[in-house]
Design a protein around this ligand. Structure first.
Ligand SMILES: [Cu+2]
Length: 315
């Protein structure tokens, strides 16, 4: 596959990329032109009009030049108005999704993304068909994030309690990085995912398979729980194997007595784990910060049961 990546910009893989890069180039060269002009004139004037001898006096005092002042007001005004219209036209185009766009929900949280499909399942990478407008409805369960697909030149702020949307149409198949561009805490720089662009037939097939697998079809509850662990982003903070992290490891958690920050302790049973997932601040494990995002209204009962079954296997 030929790449459209340049020294300055990532590869182009959406219908926006050309226009965005063209505008970027225009702004860049205009800025560079005026930078060179202004620095050049300053340098010239400093050398040309420097006082050569201590007794040298000013030969005249210029206080006003109407032509000069009009031109340095009107010319920049016209230029920035032109840039404004180019930017506004692009902005409108990028804000309003075409009516045949398919919608996918995106949830950002510390420190992962999930993509919820209307077919009733959720995935940790974004899979889309090529040449199809896709509208993403983004929100956050904790703090400010920002969803960015550099290759598509598509970006939106992700704000808790609010829905924003962005759209794009991928122009070629492949896998492209997804980033969070809002500094959102310790593991911000690991808040990565990918968008995978497939041919239409491949996509339909993937969709069918993913919807079936999401029902836990063919998997034991513990196996299904292991998929929830990555798909719901628990892996950003919890390890299954005793490795220390932002949150307690799940290894050996089941059936243990858990010391809480309020001085009491509880047994790690079904009810405790369920409550820890839905409303984490109600039972904070001693020695940890209360930073786990609540999953109430996000995760299904089947998923919670599967996670419990998975934790039970982590001896
Ligand atoms: Cu983030």
């Amino acid at each position: 596959m030929e790449t459209t990546k340049t020294f300055w910009l990532p590869e182009q893989a959406s219908t926006f990329a050309d226009a965005v890069d063209w505008a970027f180039g225009l702004y860049f060269w205009i800025s560079l032109f005026f930078f060179a002009l202004i620095i050049g004139l300053i340098t010239y004037f400093v050398l040309r009009y420097a006082r050569k001898r201590p007794e040298q006096m000013a030969s005249g005092q210029m206080i006003h030049n109407t032509m000069l002042e009009l031109s340095w007001t009107i010319i920049p005004l016209l230029i920035v108005m032109g840039l404004f219209f180019i930017g506004m036209r692009g902005y409108w185009h990028m804000r309003v999704a075409p009516s045949d766009a398919v919608t996918i929900d995106v949830v950002g949280r510390k420190w992962s993304w999930s993509f919820d499909y209307t077919q009733g399942f959720s995935n940790d990478t974004l899979v889309v068909p090529v040449h199809q407008p896709v509208r993403l409805r983004v929100t956050s369960t904790d703090v400010l994030h920002s969803f960015f697909i550099p290759a598509f030149r598509a970006k939106a702020d992700v704000i808790p309690g609010r829905y924003h949307s962005l759209w794009f149409e991928a122009t070629r198949t492949g896998v492209f990085p997804v980033l969070c561009t809002q500094y959102c805490g310790t593991n911000h720089s690991f808040m990565l995912s990918a968008v995978k662009v497939l041919e239409r037939e491949e996509y339909d097939e993937w969709l069918k398979g993913a919807a079936e697998a999401a029902g836990g079809g063919g998997m034991t509850p513990a196996e299904f729980g292991a998929t929830v662990y990555t798909k719901r982003g628990c892996n950003a903070c919890h390890s299954p194997d005793g490795k220390p992290g932002i949150g307690p490891t799940w290894q050996g958690l089941w059936g243990k007595s858990r010391p809480l920050t309020n001085g009491s302790s509880v047994l790690a049973d079904e009810a405790y784990i369920r409550q820890s997932i839905l409303e984490p601040p109600t039972q904070v494990v001693a020695g940890f910060q209360p930073i786990m995002p609540p999953y109430k209204g996000i995760i299904s009962d089947r998923e919670i049961e599967a996670v419990i079954a998975y934790i039970q296997t982590l001896k």
